[in-house]
Design a protein around this ligand. Structure first.
Ligand code: GDP
Length: 289
């Protein structure tokens, strides 16, 4: 049987229980099921209970409104707008299979249609299919792809892509990177090298590190965020496969515990299935309102 979404659990909770201690205990369980992670689920329930107590809130609409305030404050939005005529580099980080290459293509389309020149950098030189995939996306989207030979130095790909962006009078470089976490030390070293090149080649303030996480992996995604944040730092998250999960609480955990904002949410395999993150409507959806 499919697991209930947090919104469905919440609905059930209000039909069965008065807003008392048991209600708040069950609220914690429901938040854990919604992928908030046990620690944040406990903290948030405590805060909710306190707010409801102070404001003498006991009805469904009141409790939901208080929870919405807490949730939308936990997930931090972040707008990434590349400046025209400057060289911006957005490095896409994340483990294999989360949707990095697909997200690079979606972002290429998104920013092209919003008036930016875009260059895709195939800096996952480890997985041959990633380079081929990116070339194909570039062809379909009419976006330039900079790639080197399979097995080449990924930082050299970023170097060349940044040079191409500079030569064209400024552009956004979207760099796909490798994500073989099972070889963590090598990966971290490789990412740190790309990081050094990107910091030097992008214009001031125009280099961002975006961690791509798969919403269906729940709290594993939080651990991935910790690892990548420790390795090179993460400026914002792109949440993928939100169409494939009834959960999505991970955005709140990453926002609140790691203070990393969410920039985009992806809801399918097509290029247009990407949208800037909006904390309030995301909280509404999580609450089923
Ligand atoms: P990478 O290894 O991180 O580069 O991942 P890929 O971009 O190759 O994506 C892995 C799989 O996830 C592919 O089958 C994609 O079509 C799929 N995928 C990526 N983003 C989404 C999304 O938002 N929703 C769904 N349903 N599938 C996605």
């Amino acid at each position: 049987m499919a697991k209930l979404s947090f919104a469905q659990k919440l609905k059930k909770l209000f039909t069965r229980s008065a807003v008392d201690d048991d209600f708040f205990d069950e609220m914690t369980d429901a938040l854990v099921e919604g992928d908030l992670g046990a620690k944040l689920a406990f903290t948030m329930t405590e805060e909710l209970e306190q707010r409801c107590h102070e404001k003498k809130v006991k009805d469904e609409a009141g409790v939901v409104a208080e929870l919405k305030v807490l949730l939308s404050a936990a997930a931090k939005p972040c707008t990434l707008t590349p400046e025209r005529d400057k060289v911006s580099i957005f490095m896409l980080l994340g483990v294999n299979g989360v949707g990095k290459t697909t997200t690079a293509a979606k972002l290429a389309r998104y920013y092209s249609t919003h008036g930016s020149r875009v260059v895709l950098a195939a800096a996952d030189t480890f997985r041959a299919a990633a380079e081929e995939q990116l070339e194909l996306h570039g062809e379909r989207l009419g976006v330039r792809v900079v790639s080197h030979q399979h097995g080449g130095d990924p930082s050299a790909v970023v170097f060349d892509a940044a040079a191409a962006a500079r030569a064209s009078g400024g552009a956004l470089v979207l760099a796909d990177t490798a994500g073989r976490l099972h070889n963590k030390e090598n990966l971290v070293r490789e990412l740190q090298k790309i990081d050094r090149v990107a910091s030097q080649k992008a214009d001031a303030g125009c280099y961002k590190k975006l961690l791509v996480i798969d919403a269906t992996t729940g709290q594993n995604a939080v651990r991935q965020a910790e690892v990548f944040n420790a390795a090179v730092g993460v400026d914002a998250v792109v949440l993928t496969k939100y169409d494939s999960t009834a959960k999505g609480g991970v955005a709140f955990t990453i926002g609140r515990e790691l203070t990393i904002p969410v920039a985009f949410v992806c809801t399918g395999e097509h290029y247009e299935n990407i949208a800037p993150f909006d904390a309030v409507s995301y909280a509404d959806e999580f609450l089923g309102r």
